[in-house]
Design a protein around this ligand. Sequence first.
Ligand SMILES: Cc1cc2nc3c(=O)[nH]c(=O)nc-3n(C[C@H](O)[C@H](O)[C@H](O)COP(=O)(O)OP(=O)(O)OC[C@H]3O[C@@H](n4cnc5c(N)ncnc54)[C@H](O)[C@@H]3O)c2cc1C
Length: 424
Amino acid sequence: MSEQIIILGSGPAGLTAAIYASRAGLSPIVLSGNLPGGLLTQTSTVENFPGFPEFIEGFDLMERMKAQAKKLGAKLLFKNATAVELSQDGGPHVVRFASGEPLSSRALIIATGSRPRELGGPGEAELRNRGVSYCATCDGPLYRGKDVVVVGGGDTALEEALYLAGLAKSVTLVHRRDAFRASQAMVDRVLSSSIHISWNSTVHEIHDPAAGRVTSVTLRNTQDGSLTDLPCDAVFLAVGHLPDTALFAGQLNLEPDGSIHLANPPSTATSVPGVFAAGDCADPVYRQAINAAAAGCRAAMDASRWLQSLPLSPTKKEESTMATQIQHLDLENFEDFLKKGTVLVDFWAPWCGPCRMQGQILAELAEEENFHGNIGKVNVDEARDIAVKYNIMSIPTLIVFKNGEPDKVLVGLQDSEVVKDALK
Ligand SMILES: Cc1cc2nc3c(=O)[nH]c(=O)nc-3n(C[C@H](O)[C@H](O)[C@H](O)COP(=O)(O)OP(=O)(O)OC[C@H]3O[C@@H](n4cnc5c(N)ncnc54)[C@H](O)[C@@H]3O)c2cc1C
């Protein structure tokens, strides 16, 4: 069975997309990947996510997002996609796993994030979040008035150094070459600032894991190999990010840095119809949780609109199901249909996108083995009198009739669980 929407990734982008897609009645499936909750689960206190004046642990923030998405009906699967087959013509996209059945969906949201590149030298892993940081915007304010080191020579490194120069007592920029790769404007700003530059240097070792915090770095001169110790309180590594997009290479347009190319920003649409991208995997600039969440929101809205724009003719599956289980109702047969006992009537119109989605949900429900309800459909354009009689002001509207009388009225797109409940 094809899902309406699958979301790859359970970081702020993926879970926000799940929250919005659930509320739009799209019953999203979220694949958590190998890092459930995403990058924020690996950091400690998050001070800059709005709405938490007392601050919040990254792990707790993601647990809350997950709980909210689940409460609204998103289904979370602890699975990592190992391959995708993206349909270029609007057909279902297929997601495969190392084991188990593949999944497919009409719309796909990619929110696989990116990982900061590591140096991999001694002390780095042990002192992560204890003075070793990959994000100056996130952790810089913790080192106000302290001595910090920034490693890198591109635009990001220089930007982070300038940002930290406004907070820290001293900033030393460590670069392995004798010239920066960054834009000239950025280079000029750094050269005219208080930032000290250690040219032709690499970080040989970060101290001191035994103390549980950063106390100094040993720098290695790339020309003569000499080692020098530089006391400091934090090391900000800005040597690049690796977008988690290898899965899509050759199927989606990617930027030279590996991030996903968005066809028409701020839309999250990619180069493939029905495939949307949100968060750090498509954003090499504003990598922050709030931006990822905002992009997740946009992706869910874009995907929902795209699903609504699909041709309105019923699929083969809908046609066959309708022929056997779902009855088209008009003035001739409506009253007889109500005599069947408890029945559900779907008021719809061919021009209404959400009605088409509601039709698919009902068609799939009717196919379920243990479903025995009676479902009828009233096209409000053709059977206006019925719509007027039951005061239909908005479509889709579902009415459960008991003994010929309306018992429950559900306005707007409803998922199958709500429909089943209403028919109980
Ligand atoms: C050390 C550190 C500290 C930070 N601190 C802050 C902070 O204080 N405030 C802030 O706003 N931002 C902070 N950030 C940045 C923030 O973490 C990211 O911007 C944010 O997490 C990006 O969200 P995302 O949803 O795009 O991706 P991620 O959070 O990276 O989530 C990616 C998700 O995709 C999943 N995934 C990957 N591949 C697959 C696959 N093949 N199949 C299925 N799922 C897959 C992963 O398992 C993961 O769940 C920090 C970053 C770092 C590195």
